[in-house]
Write a protein that binds this ligand. Sequence first.
Ligand code: AVI
Length: 333
Amino acid sequence: MITESKVLGNERFQVHEMDGEVHRRSFAQDVTIGLTAPQKWLPPKYFYDDRGSQLYEQICALPEYYLYRAELDILSTYAGEIHSEIGELALVELGSGSAAKTRHLLAAYERAGRTFRYCPVDISRGLILDTSNRLLEEYRHIKIHAMHADFAQRPEVIQALELETKAVAFLGSTLGNFTPAESLEFLQRIAAILGPDDLFLLGIDLKKSPAVVLPAYDDTQGVTAAFNLNILHRINSELEGRFSPRSFQHIALYDAERGCIEMHLRSLIAQQVPIAKIGRTISFAKEETIHTESSYKYSADEIRDLAYHANLILRRTWFDAQQRFLVALFRLG
Ligand code: AVI
């Protein structure tokens, strides 16, 4: 939730701030709901505190995590084409992170030699500020209007940017972290905030063999395990939890038919974990799991159809050389 447009900044850089208190309350509520359910679960958006965001950056550099390189391949190869489709529209990026891949697109804007507007929207405040500072130094023609917000719950927050026209980018296969029903609703909400001249750019991982997908979520260096376990550290530091992350194990399961990876944290022992700020003690049986993330993969046709049902019409597609990943551009129906 955004507090009424608390905007800080100068002529080249503005940032809309999120209300930290509201955010902490909803973390406590979500932890209470998730950890008292029969199948314990936690929303994956809570991975992304500053440490979790850094771990995600490290995941992107892993040899097993093909998603990042495949999408980078597309954006670096086709940045010029994508930019000529988008033209002069302001670029709003949901879940911008370090903007490492988007840089290719920003470079294409810069080459055009005209002032352009980039609006990174992210749940990690530290990352947004660092990234914005770097981009302002790097690109002479850029103006940044950043937003620190939980866009997953309310993509409508970007309306506070008051842009006349825009291209909304949602890259990194983050849509895959919603269930298909949630994805449809999210796309409908995106469609509802697009104007007739606006565009939507989606990056999504494609269905493929478990032999390729599974190692991407269970790497040999244990970075994904640390990323998954970080959510317990976060409960400890923000909600005065008493988790011993060493007594939990990271696991990844792939259901090839649904095209879905599930990440869980499995309790290695029977244990009781007090969490002071939610006023509860959570019991775990030995082997019991917390479901922390689903990551759905799609076929290109499935994505086209899902978007069509949300009133988004496919305009162009770009694939990486190995056809592992898709970047698709949509307009309103
Ligand atoms: C951000 N999201 C698309 C990543 C994914 O692949 O589902 C998060 C992630 N989880 C484990 N590794 C990376």
